[in-house]
Design a protein around this ligand. Structure first.
Ligand SMILES: [Zn+2]
Length: 102
């Protein structure tokens, strides 16, 4: 089962996933738990990892050119990164900017 955790800023349910970076290695990011057929590009494999911060599920980027894309989109299995939809994302950004400005 996909494990959901609430966003600390807006309380929306998120899923922490591990993704491969283009330059190699991995990073961890939160996806919206609610799939988005319009903007979703990330497919969560709930069988990899247990969904905790220490052992996140794995997610795979699905491009619209990918043969799996339509299937996953139609099954409502594609998610967006939470920072793209979080109403408090601006707040995080401002905090970072003021830090960098110093
Ligand atoms: Zn949020």
């Amino acid at each position: 089962m996909i494990r959901e955790v609430p966003c600390k800023a807006c309380d929306a349910p998120m899923v922490f996933v591990r993704v491969e970076k283009k330059e190699g290695g991995e990073r961890i990011m939160p996806l919206d738990a609610k799939p988005s057929p319009e903007k979703g590009r990330w497919f969560i494999n709930e069988n990899e990892g247990d969904g905790t911060r220490d052992d996140p599920h794995r997610a795979y980027y699905t491009s619209p050119n990918d043969p799996e894309f339509r299937k996953r989109r139609d099954a409502n299995l594609l998610h967006t990164p939470h920072h793209a939809t979080c109403p408090e994302a601006d707040q995080f950004r401002k905090k970072k900017e003021s830090k960098n400005a110093r």
